[in-house]
Design a protein around this ligand. Structure first.
Ligand code: ATP
Length: 289
């Protein structure tokens, strides 16, 4: 059973004129590092909130299709019941948001990290052990008693990641964790994500505008355009498709429409995303009026 299953999900915020997600279908398994890219406004944050079960609970709006996290439908029951199951010392999902300032609250680093763990009902000893472990893992051991105003942007981002990681989530969602960082700090965050994927039993979803940066660490890439998943597959495959599509002058979401038409016409195989055999697809596209 996949950790996260989304099937034909369309979501419209309350009062919005059109959906922010359109017919999204995907699965995520433990061990996956999934890179999510797309232009500004494409729906990346909305997809993250949906994966985390926060849509429509916290945002309002209409959700069609199904989202199953850990085998349970996220629309059913009370949010807390599945985010922090009572029979487990691990959260099902934890997420960091684009702006670390909004998450690093006015307490010292260690107080900030202890805050979330209280929801898991852990004993004081286990909390202390986890705190030591996570501070060491993210490289913040020397800053445990520091207050947010004295932290750099990269350090605040690490605190936000540590606050999610200390819950030992099965699904960790990082919404643009490197957007305000210099190249050195960006590389360090990607190295941290790589360490997580190697050493911990979890799946990670990372949002970034750069497919190239995501490809350094992710085993799968997803590209969203105007709420639709227009491309998904292994990093090499997706990176190959982007210039190829530009070469024939096609931009998402036309890719999805034309790709689907090509599948329908038997010109390409519907194996991965919409584009599995690029040579045949490009040939097919060139013959289209
Ligand atoms: N609370 C809301 N109510 C109504 N519409 C919203 C709400 N939040 C987002 N949207 C709309 O949903 C669409 C997708 O927004 P979202 O924030 O998911 O995009 P994004 O890809 O994360 O963008 P960015 O890279 O700029 O963060 C946009 O058109 C946005 O205006």
């Amino acid at each position: 059973m996949p950790l996260l299953e989304m099937s034909d999900v369309t979501f419209t915020y309350r009062g919005a004129p059109e959906p922010s997600l359109r017919n999204v279908t995907l699965n995520i398994e433990i061990g996956d590092v999934v890179g999510l890219a797309g232009a500004s406004g494409a729906g990346k944050t909305t997809l993250c909130l949906t994966m985390a079960g926060l849509v429509p609970h916290s945002t309002g709006g209409d959700l069609d299709g199904t989202v199953r996290l850990g085998g349970r439908d996220t629309e059913a029951g009370h949010l807390g019941d599945y985010l922090c199951p009572v029979d487990s010392d691990r959260a099902l999902v934890a997420m960091t948001f684009q702006d670390p300032e909004s998450q690093v609250i006015g307490m010292s680093v260690e107080e900030d990290l202890a805050f979330g763990m209280e929801n898991l009902g852990l004993s004081r000893d286990v909390m202390r052990e986890r705190l030591d472990w996570v501070l060491d893992f993210v490289g913040l051991a020397d800053l445990r008693r520091t207050f947010p105003f004295a932290l750099s942007g990269g350090q605040k981002q690490r605190v936000a990641i540590a606050a999610a990681l200390v819950m030992q989530p099965r699904l960790l969602i990082l919404d643009e964790p490197t957007s305000e960082l210099d190249p050195q700090s960006r590389a360090e965050i990607y190295d941290l994500i790589h360490q997580m994927s190697q050493r911990l039993e979890l799946a990670v979803v990372v949002v970034d505008h750069s497919l190239e940066d995501l490809a350094t660490t992710a085993n799968r890439l997803l590209v969203l355009d105007r709420g639709a998943l227009v491309c998904q597959g292994g990093p090499d495959e997706v990176l190959r498709q982007i210039p190829l599509l530009q070469q024939v002058g096609i931009r998402p979401p036309d890719v999805a429409v034309i790709g689907a038409a090509c599948i329908e016409a038997g010109l390409v195989e519907p194996a991965v995303g919409t584009l599995s055999d690029e040579t045949r697809l490009v040939d097919a596209l060139r013959t289209l009026p």
